[in-house]
Design a protein around this ligand. Sequence first.
Ligand code: AHG
Ligand code: MN
Ligand code: MN
Length: 345
Amino acid sequence: MSQPIPSLPASAVMTIERHILMEQSRFPDSSGSLTNLLYDLALAAKLIASRTQRGALTDILGSAGHDNVQGEEVQKLDVYAQRIIYQLTDHTGRLCCMASEEEKEIIPIPDPYPTGDYVLVFDPLDGSSNIDYNVAVGTIFAIFRRRTPSGPGTTADVLRSGREIVAGGYLVYGSSTMLVYTTGHGVNGFTLEPSIGEFLLTHPNIRIPDKPKYYSVNQGNEKYWTEGVRRYTRWLQGEEGNTRALGLRYIGSMVADVHRTLLGGGVFYYPADAKDPQKPQGKLRLLYEAVPMAYLIEQAGGYGSTGRGPVLDVTPTSLHQRTPVFVGSRDLVEQAEAFIARHDG
Ligand code: AHG
Ligand code: MN
Ligand code: MN
């Protein structure tokens, strides 16, 4: 059961809009642009949720019939989510440009519309391989303040390290639809009340539990891992001198696996693997998957690592750059770094 925000009575109904306004009040000189951008994303989330929740009842399942820049088969829901987020944010004058998993290049703000102070990077639909099986999927986003002074955004505005992020979060379209976000002052979770179309605060000030519950990795890739990652996984299972064996949970949607790790404690990882020589750094993308999740987990008291150091320290050199990622309880993620340093040189 959520605890009331200290300054508000337990009976207060805290919508995400009221919460975002409260967050804005921390920045007296703010223009309200970031606030409105977060509103836009909450609205996009409601529209995407309305489709995911109806699944096969709408023509939203299955393949869209083409591959994307990642070389992955695009699903109809990928296209829909991408289009909704773009349509809600391309004309508002809050962004100088965007970057999406589904678009090869930076997405410019169309001519007639003004450019703004922020950059939005996003994975419109995460966990696409699960869409047709009614398994939780999500949306992941990160927001940066532009670096160039004005006009159309450039790669200099987009290729930013996680240390420069101003807001990050995700939607998880599961048994309920939740929006979890941070602007650098802790992590708060909101659950969509479909009967009124409002995201209501249900998980104030989320902190990752000290006692971990599960480890989460695609064990099917084990033969492609390094020695350090294999030994680390044995350690999580209670070998290699560890007395606290963890159970395994793996959904295959990063958003759902990270959400469970955030609320239940533990570690989610997608290590570098030798399965695909094109993807020696593993499958997950730095800019719009690893960075937002690492930022959010750290805001909740956890840690996000590439296995060699903080995810947030890495400055991308390309939009769709991949990275190994370990996120969760700090001590478990630091153990991954120790095993990799000891066994992988
Ligand atoms: P996306 O659907 O945006 O391409 O992301 C899928 C990712 C991520 O959600 C998940 O952690 C990972 O793919 C699962 O990959 P495997 O199926 O190789 O385990
Ligand atoms: Mn994804
Ligand atoms: Mn995706």
